[in-house]
Design a protein around this ligand. Structure first.
Ligand code: C2E
Ligand code: MG
Ligand code: MG
Ligand code: MG
Length: 280
């Protein structure tokens, strides 16, 4: 009968779950091992001022290389690193790498270069994120004004008190804060207004919708909202000149995406940046 059928389904489901759990635990173990064996990498993607085409920043993006390419993409292993708490250590390492990248790349620039680093909830839960970040910037001799931290909307809503206090102390040091993937979370306008932030990063999903002169409704709404709140704006996932032009017309200051450049290893980005400066 129906009951039997349901329980059979359930057994199948739980077995599958177990296998999935084992796969996740194996992957976490492997990630931890490879991180300690210094096998992770940080790649960098330029952030560009749309009106001038000038590179204004670079976002640090984790990679887990293997002989055959990559073990897993960040969309798979970053959540596991978050779940296991490993992201606290890994995140500090990413910041230290980004600080090194700053010293390699900023001499190639006429204007100041920003380094953007993603931060996860477990890093806020340490209770001393600001001290950790400040101490790394100090030992790396990177000015706080050169650092932008990217946090997702859900982080900001998770434990608002903890997060708001940390963001306030980070910003008091001169570090800026961007809300990543903006528009995909569930924050209310009231919550958004309470957040001490500097920038909204328009999610790729809304940039994707800009095609054939149409579909920019959400991008436009986010730009309008950001401007009213006095926030700076960047769009992620810009893949075509049309999207860049559309965003520029809306008044979105900056963009990041394959149209400008893909994420690259540091050496490659250094050469790319040098060649770009030489052309100008
Ligand atoms: P994110 O912070 O939103 O990063 C932007 C993602 O969009 C990156 O994916 C980037 O490679 C991709 N991207 C950039 N331009 C384009 C484009 O024009 N088209 C398309 N289709 N994609 C584009 P990636 O590197 O796979 O990273 C995925 C996510 O993993 C990041 O999303 C971020 O949430 C997380 N992540 C990466 N590195 C770190 C890290 O060091 N710490 C933490 N906590 N999370 C990280
Ligand atoms: Mg990001
Ligand atoms: Mg993003
Ligand atoms: Mg994204």
């Amino acid at each position: 009968g129906a009951k039997k059928h349901l329980s059979a389904d359930f057994d199948y489901f739980s077995c599958d779950m177990e296998e999935h759990t084992r796969w996740r635990l194996d992957l976490i173990r492997q990630l931890k091992h490879d991180f300690h064996a210094e096998r992770l990498a940080v790649w960098y993607q330029p952030q560009v001022a749309i009106h001038s085409g000038e590179v204004v920043g670079v976002e640090a993006l984790l990679r887990w290389p293997s002989e055959a390419g990559f073990v897993q993409p960040p969309s798979v292993f970053v959540p596991l690193a978050e779940y296991s708490g490993l992201i606290v250590e890994i995140g500090e390492w990413v910041l230290s790498e980004a600080c090194k990248a700053y010293h390699v790349l900023s001499p190639l620039q006429e204007s100041p270069l920003r380094i953007a680093v993603n931060v996860s909830m477990p890093q806020f839960r340490t209770g001393n994120l600001t001290e950790r970040v400040a101490s790394r910037l100090g030992s790396s001799r990177v000015p706080p004004s050169a650092l932008e931290l990217e946090i997702t909307e859900s982080i900001a809503m998770d434990e608002p008190k903890t997060v708001i206090a940390a963001l306030e102390s980070l910003r008091a040091l001169g570090i800026s804060v961007a809300i990543d993937d903006f528009g995909t979370g569930y924050s209310s306008l009231a919550q958004l207004r309470a957040l001490p932030i500097d920038r909204l990063k328009i999610d790729r999903a809304f940039v994707d919708e800009i095609r054939d002169g149409k579909g920019g409704l959400f991008a436009e709404t986010i730009v309008t909202l950001g401007k009213k709140l006095g926030l700076r704006l960047i769009a992620e996932g810009v893949e075509t000149p049309e999207q860049a032009g559309f965003l520029r017309a809306l008044g979105c200051g900056e963009a990041q995406g394959f149209f400008y450049a893909r994420p690259m290893p540091l050496e490659e980005l250094r050469d790319w940046l040098a060649a770009r400066q030489a052309r100008q």
